[in-house]
Every structure is written in C-alpha cells, then in structure tokens.
Design a protein around this ligand. Sequence first.
Ligand code: SF4
Length: 286
Amino acid sequence: MIVKLLNPQGYCKGVSNALDKIDKALLDSSLPRPIYLLGEIIHNQYIIDFYKKKGVILLPEGDKTKEEYLDEIETGTIIFQAHGSSPEAFDIATKKKLRIIDATCPYVNLIHKRIIDYHNNGYTIIYIGKKNHAETIASLKQVKNTNLVSTLEDINNLNIKSDKIYVTNQTTLSTIDLETIFTKIKEKYPKAIIDNKICDATTKRQLAVINQPTTDLCIVVGDKASSNSKRLFELASKKQKAIFVNCLADLKNYEFNNVRSVSITSGASTPFSLVLEIKEFLESLP
Ligand code: SF4
C-alpha cells in the first residue's frame, strides 16, 4: 500500500496554544479548583476525554450558554475555549472573581477586534459562518445586530440600508464556498468591505487536498464536530473517493480491496499520533 501524508499535519498554532494553557493550568497547584473548560477547548472528543479523565469539568455549549454556566459557578478556574467567547462571558467571570485562562486563538481575537472596530465606526456587520458553531456564536456576540449568513439564500433576506458594510467570516469555512458567498454579497452591496478571514491552517490543508494527485482513497482524520475537518472531507469527496474517520478503530471493518494508494489529511485539532497509527496500519497492508 502506498501511503501519502498531505501537509500540513498536526495541531495548528491556535490549538497548540490552547492545549499548552490547559496543560500548564493542570500543573499549577496555585490555581483555584475545580478547573472548568468553558466550551469544548477544541473540537476533538479524544482530547476532551483525555482532559476529563484528569479531572477537568467540561461545560459544553448547547443546553446552556456560556453566560448561563458562569452565572451558576462561584469558585474555580475557567478556561475559555479556542473558538472564542462573548465579552459578556468574560465580564461575568471577572465580576465573580473566577480565575480566567483565555485560550482563545489569537487569530479569532483579531477577528473580534476588527468586528468591534468597524461596528464602532458605524459599519453594519455581516458574519459568514455555520449556525450554532462555537466560533460563530462567539463572533455574533461581539457587537449587537450582526447579520449572520450561513447560506446563499440568507443573502436574499438581508435588508441593510447603509453603504457602510463590513463582511468577515468563520476561520474554517471552505475557501471555494466562501468566495461564492462573497461574490453574491458584492453583487447586492457593491461598497461592502470584504475581509476574508479563513485562517492559514485551514487554507493550507484545503489547498493540499484540492491539489493532491488522485489516489484510490483519501482518508480524512478528524472529529465529526470539527468544522475544518468536515470541510476537508467535503473537498476531498468532490475530487475523489474519500472517507472521514476519527481514529484507526473506524477503519477496522473497511474493505481495502482494490485500494493500492491512500492519501491522508487531518483537521487542525487532530492529534498527529492518530494519523501515524493509521499510516502504520495501512503500510502493513499488502
Ligand atoms: S484552525 Fe485557525 S482559527 Fe482555528 S484555532 Fe487553528 S489557527 Fe486558530
């Protein structure tokens, strides 16, 4: 079996930064306990389970918002997830004198700053992102009245009267889909400022998938909740035969008949060790 790893692999800077902060927090006995993860620190169940076993308490966004969780907590250390959080969540934690560890990706922070700056200068904000994704939720909460666009149809429903429009986006969208959305927004609002904020880690992975030579099978390794992994799978599937797996166990029952060459890509929050396990397994096949 010929196995080719597409580059890059391993954690992006934002994920490394977040995991580094949580590792340091666990070693720091001066930090108040318990240690909470406000939102999934990154979207990878393998990593979440690892930290839960170390005693960290996960507060998953879903049934409750981050702000509602914080209203109920009186003591401890709060680690804010890499995807970002609302200013209100930080305010509540500060007022309650909870210890804050901010693991927000610096690139996400930059986007939040841009949104706030443009809003303060009288611009109407359009944010392109997946509904209910943690990064989208946080970005929408940076300023009031941000318009969310998740699909091309959403653009038809926009009713903005001002010419001062700032458009930005979730960092892990498909570069191809995003360009189509930008074009349609520009048709409707020619003076809109378009600020493409797909991050470097996402762009490089997507380009590697788009430009790879065709193989018999492309394996995307990532968590089903990971936006950038899902986009990699969509892109790979458009190009060739592809499957989406979380780890080696998901390949146990896969029939590799007639598969002689495999390419492997992985999300920005996928541990490289999981990719290597799959690579070694495939290389052991005839
Ligand atoms: S994928 Fe991009 S935005 Fe998300 S954590 Fe990594 S570097 Fe930051």
